[in-house]
Design a protein around this ligand. Structure first.
Ligand SMILES: Cc1ncc(COP(=O)(O)O)c(C=O)c1O
Length: 447
């Protein structure tokens, strides 16, 4: 159950990055996202090592949608990873963090004119084009700037990995990219190649997320290489780069058995080499875009236990001070998490309970059935593997301020995202003059 640098100290407290989780909860309040920086950096390094071993010259691109803030950008830059952004907001975050722009890949199935202009003005490394509409728009914007946009074209390879349907993205019927098997897709490549202000470097695909079976990745890789051969044969074009997306699964709970990064890199490396040899193609530069499998297991969320409700013969609900607002994955994808009581980490888990969130939805559960030591109000619950798609998908539902995030590293903790305040919640509210009196009075009283 423990991961990264986690340990249990003599008092039975959970320790992460050398910091007592119970003390973190006291010092920073809860809910609190805790990021194990050593584990995060180690994972980034493992990725680079595995891919440079099996695919020399390849590039590992951290998918910022999993978790992005300025400190994360700095860590990824220090670890020599490239960065995938999917919006003007993510790009802005990377720019503020002085992330090297030539190592930024800009994704998205409906980038706006402003977002594309921003990407061009800041000379991002690659723009991953998703549609004919975007090809034309980008050509127009690049021409107006008298510049060249360096692009990849996103392809949906028609591969359906075994994962939740909401996070499958490579199937034929998808909102993303150009589907293989239609003549439009080859036409898109031809158009991209012919547009004077676009430079087509390569292709991109991403088949989905939280995938354990390497065979889906291998199939997608082979399909993509076959398409490279078709492009060469039909258009005489040699494509230099192939971005195979992210999607490797992580261990959320017992029974999740993701392949090692070595196995993953080896499988992709072999698939590329075999297919390119068979089809007499040069080996392109390979990129991968992991998000979850870099940051997921490095994150833990700490909560404080409040109300405990028994329904005799049915279940015991242990309610915590967060829920679907800070971790929507359970309600969205029926995600399953493991947890422990950070202040009773050595105690025997002998009660079957359900961890409930505090939002006004019956579906707001964090963990359906989990064995824990007897819980009491004030205990600190640590939910594991919450680094990916938790903060980045968090909301202010029920006007809950978003929690703070701290890094823990060698016994030191540092805030990397402040906790939102009630003032933050109404910072953007505006009251039309016809409604002012009561609201002004109220706000005046509270400040
Ligand atoms: C285009 C693209 N690349 C990379 C990723 C990262 O996926 P994961 O976090 O599963 O590695 C995603 C996730 O949705 C994606 O859409």
């Amino acid at each position: 159950m423990l991961r990264g640098t986690m340990a249990i100290d003599a008092r039975g407290h959970l320790v992460i990055g050398g910091c007592d989780a119970v003390k973190l909860a006291q010092d920073y309040g809860t809910p609190l996202y805790v990021l194990d920086e050593a584990a995060l950096r180690e994972r980034a390094r493992e990725y680079r090592q595995a891919f440079s071993r099996y695919l020399p010259g390849s590039e590992v691109i951290y998918a910022g949608k999993a978790l992005l803030n300025t400190a994360i950008c700095r860590i990824m830059a220090e670890e020599n990873l490239a960065l995938d952004v999917v919006s003007g907001g993510e790009l802005y975050t990377a720019l503020v963090a002085a992330f090297p722009t030539e190592k930024i890949y800009f994704h998205g199935n409906n980038k706006s004119r402003q977002e594309l202009a921003m990407a061009l003005d800041h000379r991002v490394g690659r723009i991953v084009v998703d549609s004919f509409y975007e090809l034309k728009l980008l050509q127009e914007l690049a021409a107006a700037r008298n510049t060249v946009a360096n692009i990849l074209v996103r392809i949906t390879p028609g591969v359906e990995p075994n994962t939740h349907s909401y996070i499958q993205t490579g199937q034929f019927d998808s909102k993303f990219g150009f589907p293989l098997g239609t003549k439009d897709t080859l036409a898109a490549i031809e158009a991209a190649d012919q547009m004077p202000n676009l430079r087509l470097w390569g292709l991109h695909c991403h088949i989905g997320s939280q995938i354990f079976g390497l065979e889906s990745f291998v199939t997608a890789t082979k399909v993509m290489v076959r398409f490279l051969a078709e492009i060469k044969e039909s258009l005489g074009l040699e494509i230099m780069e192939l971005d195979l997306g992210g999607g490797l699964g992580i261990r959320y709970h017992d029974g999740n058995e993701p392949p090692s990064l070595g196995e993953y890199a080896k499988a992709l490396g072999e698939a590329i080499c075999e297919s390119c040899t068979e089809l007499e193609l040069p080996i392109p530069k390979i990129m991968v875009e992991p998000g979850r499998s870099i940051v997921g297991e490095a994150g833990t969320t700490l909560y404080t236990v409040g109300s405990i409700k028994d329904i005799p013969g049915v279940r015991r609900y242990v309610a915590v001070d967060g829920g679907m607002a800070d971790n929507p994955r359970v309600t969205l994808y029926q995600a399953v998490y493991e947890a422990c009581l950070a202040n009773k980490a050595k105690d025997e888990p002998k009660e079957l309970v359900t961890i409930a969130g505090k939002c006004c939805e019956s579906g707001d559960m964090l963990i359906k059935d989990i064995m824990l030591p007897p819980a009491e109000p004030g205990d600190v619950l640590a939910v594991f593997a919450t680094g990916a798609y938790n903060y980045s998908m968090a909301s202010n539902y029920n006007h809950l301020p978003r929690p703070a995030m701290v890094t823990v590293y060698k016994g030191m903790s540092e805030i990397i995202v402040e906790r939102e305040s009630y003032v933050d919640l109404i910072r953007l509210d505006r009251v039309p003059p016809r409604l002012t009196t009561s609201t002004e009075t109220l706000a005046g009283k509270l400040t």
